[in-house]
Design a protein around this ligand. Structure first.
Ligand code: F3S
Length: 774
């Protein structure tokens, strides 16, 4: 037994390397004299592998860093959820290293179905996913990764409670990783291939983001909650408004928020496409939270750094720091918002919702109210909801809609259980689901008789509401709201109920009206530890552990390397589909039952683009081959793969929005997709494509989108030279129309660093890492 002591599971091991970071910050100050830094810049730049190269090269000697510099970063930590960890680990295994280069954790949260309640659902899911959990646990033991078993909680809540700390930089294989920004971290959602960079100690690349300041003034009160801050911001900025930006919160209103409230706000920064979001170190919120989660020594160190002279103050922005733009939100005037359906930026203030719902003919009633998830299951959220449930119970009311509660972690569940909150929910008829994602990620087995394809509405305190996201029914309209609003509205079951102004009739003829919710940020008796079986395995690498992958398995398959780029242009590709409208990572690689195949690339590829609408036919998942025969999109892709026919996808704006799901890049690559041409891309997805050797190109003239159609032939011109020259030169596409044979040229743009050109030429980033002998 050849055990390698990795990082000890102690507070010290979970403390950011402050001495090193302050030294690097000093170096950054030397390179960029007289330049005030935002908080995001301080933390990012203190994690540069080579500050001089990243900050001064190609940036007009440091004058023009944002959106220009390529930052080569060394994150402190990696967190992975079970669905994405499979592919991340399969890729890490190909590198042949004995242990991870930085501390890492795996969280089993995405594959647990919500149906009958935690006591039944958890054991069923453990049995159903045993092969995958065994794989993850054995890999964790072999490489010294902390393994949080199913039932322990949702990745972002566990990270906030255990790993997040002011000044830390971490990567997470999940798009809501920025949740940790609520505790002053730079936490970025990435695909597994990016996580592998950090795990093998290769610098992780990021185009230096712009920084948008969101200045908070005033103070929340009554029904307004932290969730409403980000819900209203999503309405103002849209799902693309954060692309290329870090959102940095500033202003006096910050002081009035709790740490978990800040985390909710940062969590949903993903909904506006932000690289990440961050709050400054805020003693009033962060010190009590760190202490109550048993990290008092981190609180003390952070407080000392925040009080240190300006040059060494890593944890708040410099005075005079410049933001690319600034948005102001007055918390005192903020009203609750409801966002949706089907997109998180369709934001309606509660006072207008009745009218808007009627005008859009949205359903008048809704069948389920779901609270909790990684976004909103803090002690404050749960106790504020409890205060509403108590009022209603005392008036003799029960929820009209089914009412579900998803605790974010075992620590939260055990604490609210001890403090009687769970009993209040259960007595009211609420169903407590497992500490897991469940209905937030399509793992919801509904028992209320709503059929697939049936129009219906639900209200959730989750963060995302794309079609099919919760129950696999693309017609289910998910309206996002604060947990308080979801709870109160569940008692009416009507979408037009405004708990601030409307009342509910009681059997005795009287009317019941809710008083505003109230709660407690942190438990007076401290957090309960909960079930000891839900503690993580220690991070000690044991090389004697065997990682078994059965060649017959339909859940796990070892990876074969992708073929390298040809020695020349890509020619004779065909358009598989011209996608119309929104194309999220859910559209490209659906979740729900497909999560089962996350570790088996051939099997999960059978869902590729099944949610996409073809602009040629206006139909979902229906395309034609050159002879006119119709197929589903994955069927035609597989047929073309078998025929050796490479293909491209044509798409509109923000292609790949929504999540860090790298399967949305891996699957098209596996099936023979070589190029995606879109009007624009979501950042994480664009990076994921390049890492898997797929070339993302954008139209120079958006109108050219209309000139292409399925089965048109596409060849690149200039791409090989651009890749060979490290990202310099021009590229266009030569298009030959299917049917008429008419030819024309389409100019395109690209966003490729030298390293990314290397990934594509090698066939994938992993191929390149292997070539370099890592
Ligand atoms: Fe899980 Fe939904 Fe959060 S899938 S990680 S609870 S966004």
């Amino acid at each position: 037994n050849d055990s390698i002591p990795a990082v000890a599971s102690t507070v010290e091991a979970r403390t950011p390397p402050y001495t090193l970071l302050l030294k690097r910050l000093h170096e950054v100050r030397r390179l960029l004299p007289n330049r005030p830094l935002t908080l995001a810049e301080k933390i990012l730049f203190s994690h540069l592998d080579n500050p001089e190269e990243s900050l001064l090269e190609g940036t007009n000697n440091g004058a023009d860093i944002r959106a220009r510099a390529t930052l080569k970063l060394k994150p402190d930590r990696v967190a992975m959820q079970d669905a994405s960890a499979q592919m991340a680990l399969l890729q890490f295994m190909s590198c042949g290293l004995p242990t991870t280069a930085v501390p890492a954790s795996i969280h089993c949260d995405h594959m647990i179905v919500g149906e009958k309640g935690a006591d039944t659902d958890l054991p069923n899911s453990i049995t159903g996913n045993k092969e995958v959990y065994d794989f993850l646990e054995s890999a964790a033991k072999k490489y010294g990764i902390e393994f949080w078993p199913p039932g322990a909680g949702i990745i972002h809540q566990a990270v906030l409670e255990n790993y997040a700390a002011p000044g830390l930089m971490m990567l997470g294989t999940d798009s809501h990783t920025p949740n940790a920004g609520g505790l002053g971290c730079i936490a970025i959602g990435v695909g597994g291939a990016d996580a592998v960079d950090a795990l093998v100690d290769a610098p992780w690349e990021l185009k230096a983001p712009r920084v948008r300041g969101v200045r908070l003034e005033g103070k929340l009160s009554g029904w307004a909650s932290p969730k409403d801050v980000i819900m209203s911001l999503a309405g103002r900025l849209t799902v693309r408004g954060g692309t290329g930006y870090i959102i940095e919160y500033t202003g006096p209103g910050v002081e009035s928020l709790s740490c978990t409230g800040m985390a909710t706000i940062c969590n949903m920064g993903a909904e506006i496409g932000a690289t990440t979001s961050i709050f400054p170190f805020t003693p009033s919120a962060h010190i009590p939270y760190l202490r109550s989660t048993h990290r008092g020594s981190i609180a003390e160190q952070a407080a000392a750094i925040a009080a240190s002279p300006g040059a060494y103050n890593l944890l708040v922005a410099d005075s005079g720091a410049e933001y690319d733009d600034e948005v102001v939100i007055n918390l005192s005037e903020l009203e609750p918002h409801i966002n949706g359906p089907f997109t998180p930026d369709l934001s309606t203030p509660l006072s207008h919702f009745k009218k808007v719902a009627k005008a859009n003919a949205w359903p008048e009633t809704f069948g389920a109210g779901l609270i909790g998830s990684c976004t909103n299951s803090s002690y404050a959220d749960m106790t504020r909801c409890e205060s509403l449930v108590r009022q209603a119970s005392e008036a003799g009311l029960k929820p009209k809609a089914d009412f579900f509660i998803t605790p974010g972690s075992e620590q939260i569940r055990a604490t609210v259980d001890r403090d009687g909150t769970m009993k209040t929910f259960e007595d009211a008829g609420g169903m407590i689901l497992a500490n897991a994602c469940g209905p937030c990620i399509g793992q919801w087995s509904r028992t209320d008789g709503v059929e697939k394809g049936e129009d219906n509405a639900i209200f959730t305190s989750y963060n995302r509401n794309f079609p099919g996201r919760n129950d696999g029914n693309r017609k289910t309209m998910n309206f996002l709201a604060s947990p308080e609003l979801v709870t109160a509205m569940s008692y009416s079951g009507r979408t037009d109920f405004n708990p601030l102004t409307d009342s509910i009739p009681l059997p005795n003829g009287q009317e019941f009206r809710f008083d505003p919710p109230h709660g407690t940020d942190l438990p007076g008796k401290g957090f309960a530890a909960g079930n000891p079986e839900f503690q993580p395995t220690p991070p000690v690498a044991d090389s004697s552990v065997e990682i078994a992958v059965d060649p017959q398995s339909d859940r796990l398959a070892l990876l074969e390397p992708f073929e390298p780029f040809p020695q020349g242009e890509l020619t004779g590709m065909k358009v598989l589909v011209r996608v119309k409208g929104q194309c999220t990572t859910d559209t490209i690689s659906a979740a729900g039952p497909w999560l089962k195949y996350k570790g088996h690339l051939p099997n999960i590829s059978e869902n590729t683009l099944i949610g996409a609408v073809s602009a040629d036919t206006n139909a979902v998942n229906s395309v034609a081959d050159v002879d006119g025969s119709t197929y589903t999109i994955p069927e035609l892709a597989s047929k073309w793969k078998a025929d050796g026919q490479p293909w491209v996808v044509i798409a509109e704006h923000n292609y790949g929005e929504g999540s860090a799901r790298e399967h949305a890049a891996l699957q098209p690559r596996y099936l023979g997709g070589r190029v995606i041409v879109a009007k624009s891309f979501a950042r994480i997805h664009e990076t994921n494509l390049k890492k898997q050797g797929v070339v993302p190109l954008t139209f120079a003239n958006e109108a050219d989108y209309d000139k292409l159609a399925g089965c048109d032939e596409v060849s690149t011109e200039g791409l090989y030279d651009v890749l060979s020259n490290g990202g310099n030169g021009t590229v266009s596409l030569l298009v030959k129309k299917h049917g008429t044979g008419e030819s024309f040229n389409v100019p395109v743009k690209y966003n490729l660093s030298k390293d990314q050109c290397g990934f594509i030429l090698a066939g994938s980033a992993l191929n390149l890492l292997s070539q370099r002998g890592r």
